[in-house]
Design a protein around this ligand. Structure first.
Ligand code: ADP
Ligand code: MG
Length: 728
């Protein structure tokens, strides 16, 4: 059942914690972090290691947070309370930099252990009592062994004095050292552990045996111990993950798919003959890769990443036509109603009336009137509609396909894996093409999309006039605000169009999870569509200008009508939220003003900017901010202004971003369950692990000869699927 050899009575990684630690502790661990087995607890690695000799900065304690500190007891006194019966024991502790008071009610006996000069670790929630910091009823552990100096520096005492203290992610009830004690208990009970890494893989990299790595990551004697342990466990994590992804890839390829090979004189050829522009070299090359995939009897599983405006739609359309030609259907899933509607329009335009009549491009969105939607669903179910475009509504039970041969997911970062899966399951092993304008560094792609093949379009179609970007720093130059609108007016007077984007719809209504107002409440609220609209309408130079709002609270009809009017040149300015972020294509739009630009992410700003400069008109992008200079927020804006290279921006974004956000931001819906591995920093580990895993799987696809690895893969899959379920 398990790959770990069972020594008589000894625990394995699959042993339940409840049998070892006692019910309440095990329950608390399960509640806090979902730790159920010995392997789970041993995978709850210390967050950091604290040198025992070094004291924590007491002068920088965060209020109202659970802290763990190392300090020395200065003085202890007991006093009786005036207001009610009982006594308070107060102990002052210090780290040499600050002083903190510990308070205990009716626990005078603690004075026997909290003697002046004694050092230990203290944990609790920091509170502010009459201007002084205190911990009420802290949990603590004293370094008793330290007082044994008179016995001479024996080995145990030395070890105690120098060993780094592991600091675990803790909760109010499960303090760091409670975890430390539980881990020690479990490690003592643990029998031999088989290595998930094949011997040769481990040897070649000078990594520790798995059992030893677990021991040293939790009970290091010196810093070198936990460092070596982390290196081993990090590689192991990458190796197991890559094995999972490569197995998944192999499993997907084990199914039979319908070959889709275009014929001479067929739909695809006729389409290409009528295309008004030349495809770029990158578009052609990615096309070759896609069409080679489609000609195989195994399902394609390909990610196409390409800059905003690089022309991914036409690449996808060619694939859709190759499928339509053989009578199959292709479905394009778009993240928003606006985008789905635009895709449908541009697909109809590109196809021309004759081809459009043959493949019957059909829109399915949630906001279609019921009758239209029923009619559309019928055409899709009957197989007449060979190109289907839609939003999430495509995933619902009411949409079924006659012969779904290709699934295209546009702007993948807006969807989770399960949505891709839901659509895929509407066909019999259809080919899958995923499009993203979020450039993904190679190693991230390897981790997040490790089961996909990746193609890249770097080139933009010729004839683009380029975009100039400026940061407008209102903190230093408040008088530039009116000049932003002047500049906008100049552009409009040349017959061009513009977008003005703000983070909120109304002062208190955010679009898309952005903060509408400063949480502290001491800054002015974020600009909103409503406030910007009012400002523009009041501006003397914009009196004649046709301005309309566009945001997520409008009905699909209103949004679509507004987009159409803008695309047709009947509107000059759209004041919008990020609903226009992805894919909107209006070549005459020259100017993008982003108000309170610091509220947006780097890649979001890059996407927004990509809405202008798409035709022969040069683009202008103004990033307006009230944030002070020399802040991370400003650094991000400067980075966007500094380059048009999306790949470079993705790199900067990763650097400036909090580690944990990375995977989540790239693919919502798949939570990162990485522990020691960081896609930003450990690219080389990931690449190395992928190669090693590929080699092992090449010789042993079912891992029959690698039972410990197979078990680790299974554990990882269990984790993933429980996350999947718990997300609901
Ligand atoms: P994205 O990759 O951002 O989805 P689109 O597919 O929307 O980009 O294409 C952007 C614009 O470029 C569209 O108007 C499209 O018709 C046009 N386009 C695509 N490929 C070419 C090309 N090879 N030459 C000229 N224009 C192109
Ligand atoms: Mg697009």
């Amino acid at each position: 059942m398990t790959a770990d050899r069972s020594v008589e009575g000894a625990a394995t990684l699959d042993t339940k914690l409840s049998g070892l630690l006692g019910g309440p502790t095990a329950k608390a661990m399960e509640r806090a972090w979902g730790l159920v087995t010995v392997g789970d607890l041993l995978g709850h690695y210390p967050r950091r290691y604290q040198p025992r000799g070094e004291l924590t900065a007491l002068d920088r304690l965060p209020r109202d947070e659970n802290v763990t500190i190392v300090a020395e007891v200065l003085e202890v006194r007991e006093r009786t309370m005036r207001s009610r019966r009982g006594s308070i024991l107060e102990a002052k502790i210090s780290d040499g930099r600050g002083v903190l008071t510990l308070t205990f009610f009716n626990q005078a006996w603690r004075a026997r252990e909290l003697k002046p000069g004694v050092r230990g670790m203290f944990a609790g929630k920091v509170s502010d009592y009459r201007g002084a910091l205190q911990l009420a009823h802290p949990d603590y552990e004293l370094f008793e062994d330290e007082t044994r100096t008179d016995t001479g520096p024996d080995a145990a005492a030395l070890r105690w004095a120098t060993a780094p203290i592991p600091i675990y992610p803790a909760t109010a009830t499960l303090s760091s050292w409670k975890l430390q004690r539980a881990v020690a208990l479990v490690l003592d009970a643990l029998g031999p552990v088989d290595d998930p890494l094949p011997e040769s893989v481990r040897r070649a990299r000078g990594l520790l045996a798995h059992r030893e790595a677990l021991e040293l990551v939790h009970r290091p004697e010196r810093d070198a111990d936990w460092k070596a342990a982390q290196r081993t466990l990090r590689f192991t994590e990458a190796f197991v993950l890559q094995s999972v992804l490569l197995e998944r890839r192999a499993a997907a390829r084990a199914h039979e798919a319908v070959r889709r090979t275009p014929a001479p004189g067929g739909l695809l050829e006729r389409f290409e003959a009528s295309l008004p522009f030349e495809l770029t070299d990158d578009q052609l090359e990615v096309g070759v890769q896609i069409h080679a995939d489609l000609a195989e009897p195994v399902p394609m599983n390909r990610l196409v990443q390409g800059e905003v405006g690089s022309g991914k739609t036409v690449v996808a359309l060619r694939a859709m036509l190759a499928v339509a030609e053989s009578g199959g259907q292709a479905a394009l899933l778009a993240p928003t109603e606006v985008l789905a509607a635009q895709h449908l329009r541009s697909i109809v335009d590109m196809l021309g009336p004759e081809l459009a009549a043959e493949v019957m491009p059909t829109l399915i969105t949630g906001q279609l009137p019921a009758a239209d939607r029923r009619r559309a669903a019928l055409r899709v179910a009957a197989g007449q509609a060979r190109i289907v475009v839609g939003t999430h509504a495509l995933l619902g039970d009411t949409t079924s396909f006659a012969d779904l041969g290709l699934v295209v997911v546009d702007e993948q970062h807006r969807f989770g894996v399960e949505q891709r899966e839901a659509l895929r399951l509407k066909g019999r092993h259809p080919h899958v093409l995923v499009l993203t304008a979020t450039p993904i560094p190679r190693t991230v792609a390897m981790t997040v999309f490790g089961d996909l093949d990746v193609s890249t379009i770097r080139q933009l179609p010729a004839g683009r006039a380029g975009i100039t970007t400026h940061v407008v720093p209102l903190a230093e130059r408040p008088h530039w605000r009116p000049r932003v609108w002047e500049r906008l007016a100049e552009e409009l007077e040349q017959g061009r169009q513009a977008f003005v984007v703000s983070p909120a719809i109304e002062p208190k209504v955010a679009e898309d999870g952005l903060e509408p107002a400063d949480p502290e409440g001491d800054a002015a609220p974020a600009a909103s569509v409503a406030s910007v609209l009012a400002e523009l309408r009041a501006h003397p130079r914009l009196a004649e200008v046709r301005i309309a709002p566009l945001h997520g609270r409008m009905s699909a009809d209103e949004k679509d009508a507004t987009m159409r009017a803008f695309a047709a040149g009947e509107l000059d300015v759209l004041v919008a939220t990020t609903v226009i972020e992805v894919g909107v294509d209006v070549p005459n739009a020259s100017t993008m003003v982003v108000v309170d630009a610091d509220r947006f992410g780097v890649s979001q700003l890059h996407q927004l900017r990509g809405r202008v400069g798409r035709g022969s008109v040069p683009g202008l992008c103004l990033l307006v901010t009230r944030v002070e200079a020399e802040t991370v927020a400003r650094e991000r804006l400067d980075a966007v202004a500094g380059t048009l290279d999306g790949f470079e921006l993705a790199r900067v974004d990763l650097e400036l971003r909090q580690e944990g956000d990375v995977l989540g931001a790239i693919q919502s819906g798949r939570r990162t369950s990485l522990k020691l591995l960081r896609v930003t920093r450990h690219g080389d580990v990931i690449a190395d692990a992928r190669e090693a895993a590929a080699e092992v799987l090449r010789d042993d696809p079912d891992l029959a000869a690698h039972p410990a690895l197979a078990a680790a893969v299974r554990r990882r899959l269990d984790d993933d699927s429980s996350e999947y379920l718990s997300r609901g």
